[in-house]
Design a protein around this ligand. Structure first.
Ligand code: ZN
Length: 182
């Protein structure tokens, strides 16, 4: 089932999400719905708060990016915790399904060490780099109530202020289902 994606301006996107206690049928159903929602909106990542659930869960599919120099991942991350970030800061133009038609350069570190559980609640600790790290860092931010627009340079933020206001009030056309504030 395709879920509506929460748009910029909704307070849910600013909340710190909480851990899942256990894996159950409703979690599997949520994950299935989130994959469907993400692909329908042509995203490479989606976090639970973006579909109105303030829980620590996100999905990443960077296989779609077909990058020659690195292998993509197609993975579910439950109760993730960033253990460490390493490497140089590098800028890349990011976008977000909750903030349609706005992109901007965000600086992030090259690699991230993540601790998380999978769908069977087995724990893992893994290092991710490059685009995989970037998408993970972006989705992880959603669980902390941080949006990529919060990480833009002040000048750029000023330039997109009007556009953000329009999204907030639902004055935007998107080809996937969205839920706006109020
Ligand atoms: Zn996002």
């Amino acid at each position: 089932m395709i879920l509506p994606i929460i748009a910029y301006g909704h307070t849910l996107l600013k909340k710190v999400a909480t851990d899942f206690e256990q894996s159950d049928e409703s979690l599997s159903q949520l994950i299935e719905n989130m994959w469907e929602t993400m692909y329908n909106a042509k995203g490479v990542g989606l976090a639970a708060p973006q579909v109105g659930i303030s829980k620590r869960l996100f999905l990443v599919d960077t296989v779609q990016l077909e990058k020659e120099d690195e292998e993509g991942i197609n993975q579910v991350f439950i109760n993730p915790k960033i253990v460490q970030e390493d490497g140089e800061l590098w800028a890349y133009e990011e976008g977000c399904l909750s903030i349609p038609r706005i992109t901007g350069d965000v600086e992030r570190q090259e690699s991230v060490t993540l601790r998380y559980v999978d769908q069977d609640f087995r724990s893992h600790e893994k290092v991710f780099t490059g685009m995989n790290a970037r998408v993970i860092q972006h989705e992880y931010d959603h669980l902390e109530g941080i949006l990529f627009t919060d990480r833009l340079k002040p000048l750029k933020r000023r330039l997109i202020r009007r556009k953000l206001e329009n999204i907030k009030s639902g004055k935007i056309e998107v080809d996937y289902k969205m839920k706006f504030k109020g």
